[in-house]
Structures are given as C-alpha cells and as structure tokens.
Design a protein around this ligand. Structure first.
Ligand SMILES: [Fe+2]
Length: 388
C-alpha cells in the first residue's frame, strides 16, 4: 500500500485498493485476552469479564480497549449486557417517545444522515432526559462501562453527549460515513486540514450506541467495516461511489440484544441499516463522547466581538482596505469559526452535514454589504439558534 507522505491530500488521491487491503485483515483474538469472542472482526466482551479485568488490572484492561479502537485494532467492539437494567431502558424509551411527541412539529426535525420522517431523532437527548427525569438519568449515566471505554480512548475528563435514533419499521439504511469531527466536513474542507489533523480527529471523539431494544439483523443494526478507520484518507473517501459499493459488499452486521453497547472509532466506516421488520422500532442511544482537549484556554465572547467589529470591517471592505484573503484571515480572530457545538434542533444543516458558522455568517454579511443595524439583528438570530 502507498504510504502517505504528503502533509495535505485531496479526494483525487483515494485508492480503493488501499482501503480494501486494510479491510482484508483478520482479527487475532489472542491480542485481546479479556474479549471472549470475535464475530466478523468485531470484538465481543461480556460486561462481567470487563468488570473482573478492571478490578484485577485496570491499566492492562484500558490498554486492551484502547488497542481495539486504535489503528492497530479492528476499531470496533461490543460489550454484551453493558446495561443490564431493562426497566431503566424501558423508562428511557418512554421518555424518548414523550420527547419526540412534544417536539413533533416544533422543530425542523433535521437529520443530516437520514431522510426526514424515516426515523425519530432526538438531538441532545442527554440534557432533555436529565431535565425530564433526573433519577432515571443518574442511574443510567453512572454506568462504569461508559467510563472505562471512554477513558481508554480519550483519557480522563471526557464529556458525554447523546443523540437518540429510533428507526421505524421500513426505515431506510444510511449512507456509509465517518463521524465527528472531520466526518461532518465536506471533502473540500477535509483536504484543507493536514493529514496529522485527520489522525487527530479520530482520537478526539468516541462513538457509542446503547441498544434500547433488541436489534435482530432484519431490524438493521449498524453496518460496520472493521479496520476501515486505518485508511488515512478515509475522511475524504466515503462519498465516492466505488467506496460506497465496497462498503455495500463487505460491511458486517451483528445482531444486538437490548442492553448491549457498541463502541467504535469515529473514523470507522459505518451506517445505520435498513429496518425490514413490520413492527420493531429499533431504538439506539447514540453516545458521542469527546476528549477534553477540544476547548480553548480562554473564554471569548464571539458574539460581542462580531457586534463590535462589524462596522469597522464593513467600512474597510467598502473602501477596498481589505481584500478577500485578509477578510477571511481577520474573521478567525473575531468570530467562532467552527459549526459545533450547536443546537441541532434549531441550527439544522442545510444540504451539508455541518451548519454554517458564525464566521461564514459574518463574511457573507460583509460581502452582501448588509448594514450594521441589520447585521446586529441577524447575528442575534444566529446566536439564538445556536445557543438559545
Ligand atoms: Fe454515524
């Protein structure tokens, strides 16, 4: 396989054979002493075995979990019965349906990876459940399984988020993709990040899913392509037709039972499967867990910065004292230049996987010669949408 020497790369450099070569590896169970089996290159752990191993030798156990998710492993593992309390899962399911009912018609209901109406998506289910039933929340999120896998991959001080996905009978499969951060950026944007940041992106988050219903194969549990996270150009590969075709022919799917947890490297190619049942609502609590490092050292009030700098910037632009490159440089010191975190109920991406940023909004208003008064209103609306 071609080694990647370039600092930057583009989607033109994708070679399907490079991806395929990585995905043809076979998992060696001997390297994972705590796992009790391997199914289709996915490591399977029993919750009790993990518990015993953590008591015996936490460092070795965390190292093993890390290796499973890293570029020397398959990138994916399942913990059987990670949440054994079925009544607790039922309580959460009841809350999810109540939240969905409450939200029906009140939000734009956007889901950037699935057709509208095909599934029930709850953005920021973490906060919504916490407010709806603090007791159910605390018994659910105190689960040490979450902490062990998160700490193994991200170190201490990780931060939880949750996005519930209920795929109704007949719900279609997603397109294969990678996840946050770079998985939410276009090929063009990805190509502007050095490859070192592509590697880093997959170390900054962990993707998890807790099964809140049984997920037999015909209900469409997550389609996975073990080892695909090892492909360095993969963040720019998943929209390519030949990669989609390869994924369609080689992905694996494991049936899950209610209470099982799936964890995978966010760079692993995956997609929710099609629900072919007539009556099973496949309920998964998708956990996206972040490392603590994605935060700035100082807290900056970008809204106020934008507000104070707009008039001067507009004037400079109108007087040709600022060219486009200078404007784009300047805006990174004024506005929030990243689309996340945001409120995905309100700040729904339009045609892309990421909503537009405060910086893009600022630049567009300057280019459109919007008056300072109008900009202030527009900025307030944007901020209200992102962080009401
Ligand atoms: Fe995903």
């Amino acid at each position: 396989m071609k080694s990647i020497n370039a600092i930057f790369a583009s989607s033109d450099e994708i070679e399907l054979s490079d991806l395929a070569q990585l995905c043809q590896q076979t998992l060696n169970l001997d390297h994972y002493p705590t796992a009790n089996q391997c199914q289709q290159n996915v490591l399977i752990y029993q919750a009790q075995d993990l518990m015993n191993a953590m008591k015996r030798d936490p460092r070795a156990t965390l190292s093993e979990l890390h290796q499973a998710l890293s570029t020397s492993g398959p990138g994916v593992l399942v913990i059987k019965q990670a949440q054994p309390n079925m009544a607790l899962l039922d309580r959460h399911n009841t809350l999810y349906e109540a939240i969905l009912q409450q939200e029906a018609g009140s939000t734009q209901g956007g889901d950037h990876f699935a057709k509208q109406g095909a599934n029930g998506r709850i953005w920021n289910a973490l906060q919504k459940v916490a407010l709806a039933d603090p007791n159910a929340f605390l018994h659910y999120y105190k689960n040490p399984m979450l902490s062990w896998v998160a700490e193994a991959w991200l170190g201490p001080n990780w931060q939880m988020t949750s996005q519930v996905n209920i795929v109704r009978p007949g719900g279609q499969a997603q397109q294969p993709h990678r996840d946050y951060h770079l998985g939410f950026q276009s090929d063009e944007t990805c190509s502007r990040y050095p490859i070192s940041l592509h590697r880093l992106s997959s170390s900054l988050t962990l993707q998890g899913a807790l099964a809140h219903s049984d997920m037999p194969l015909n209900s469409g549990p997550t389609q996975l392509l073990p080892f695909s996270h090892q492909y360095e150009l993969g963040y720019m590969a998943w929209r390519k037709p030949e990669v989609k075709q390869y994924f369609a022919e080689h992905h694996v799917q494991l049936p899950l039972e209610k209470g099982d947890a799936l964890f995978f490297n966010p760079a692993l190619l995956h997609a929710a499967g099609q629900n072919r049942t007539s009556d099973l609502h496949r309920i998964g609590n998708l956990l996206q867990i972040s490392a603590s490092f994605g935060k700035t050292m100082e807290a900056i009030d970008h809204q106020t910065m934008c507000s104070y700098l707009y008039t001067a910037t507009l004037k400079a632009w109108q007087q040709n004292a600022l060219d486009e490159q200078e404007l784009n440089t300047l805006v990174n010191s004024i506005a929030d230049s990243y689309a996340f975190p945001t409120n995905l109920d309100l700040d729904t991406p339009q045609g892309e996987t990421a909503p537009s940023t405060q910086a893009q909004h600022f630049v567009q208003h300057i280019k459109d010669l919007v008056s300072p008064e109008e900009y202030q209103h527009s900025l307030a609306r944007l901020c209200q949408k992102r962080c009401p």
